[in-house]
Design a binder for this molecule. Structure first.
Ligand code: HEC
Length: 165
């Protein structure tokens, strides 16, 4: 095994020079930039939740036939994504007024309640996935899809800004 001491002087100098350059790098993100990154990260999870939820909304509205396979896959995805919600909100961004977000500040004064609403979504999505997996038809799946949708709405009612006009 060659240790660093066995390297030629030139090679060793190059090594330390590289380390010095790596240390200079770009400046570390400001607290505002970090908050902005946290917001974008959590919003991307909600976009994915929405993407998985939409086909089930179409089924409820009769715009697509009930497909237990799609319901099972998408409900499983929603349960897995919803697991990430509590951790994605450990960064309290409420003091950064320059950061664009629809999240209400009361999330961080009621974090346990907020997390419970994430848990309600996980439970509803898990139940829906199980029902779809056991070959549920439209009549059986419909109420479970509605219950899951209500879990989204219940959190939005309390913790997300209402639609801006
Ligand atoms: C535990 C609370 C909670 C649950 C459950 C929840 N949401 Fe949200 N949702 C939020 C909050 C808070 C925001 C605002 C995030 C932000 O702007 O920082 C949001 C934002 C969104 C957005 C906008 C994302 C964007 O582009 O900025 C969509 C779409 C969305 N949610 C869909 C859903 C769907 C669909 C479900 C259910 C499958 C769901 N949400 C469940 C709290 C929740």
């Amino acid at each position: 095994m060659r240790s660093i001491f066995a390297l030629g002087t030139a090679a060793a100098c190059a090594l330390f020079a590289t380390a010095a350059i790596a240390q200079q790098g770009p400046p570390p993100p400001t607290p505002e930039q970090k908050a902005q990154q946290s917001v974008e990260l959590r919003q991307s999870v909600f976009k994915l939740l929405d993407w998985n939820n939409k086909p089930m909304g179409a089924m409820l509205r009769g715009q697509a036939p009930f497909d237990a396979g799609v319901v099972k896959t998408n409900a499983t995805n929603i349960a897995n994504l919803a697991e990430m919600i509590p951790a994605l909100f450990t960064a309290d961004t409420s003091s950064f007024t320059s950061v664009k977000t629809e999240a209400l500040n009361n999330i961080w004064t009621n974090k346990a309640d907020f997390d419970a609403k994430a848990k309600a979504l996980i439970d509803a999505a898990t139940a829906l996935s199980a029902a779809a997996g056991s070959g549920g038809d439209a009549a059986a799946l419909r109420p479970a899809v509605i219950t899951m949708g209500k879990a989204c709405g219940s959190c939005h009612d309390n913790f997300r800004q209402k639609e801006q006009e």
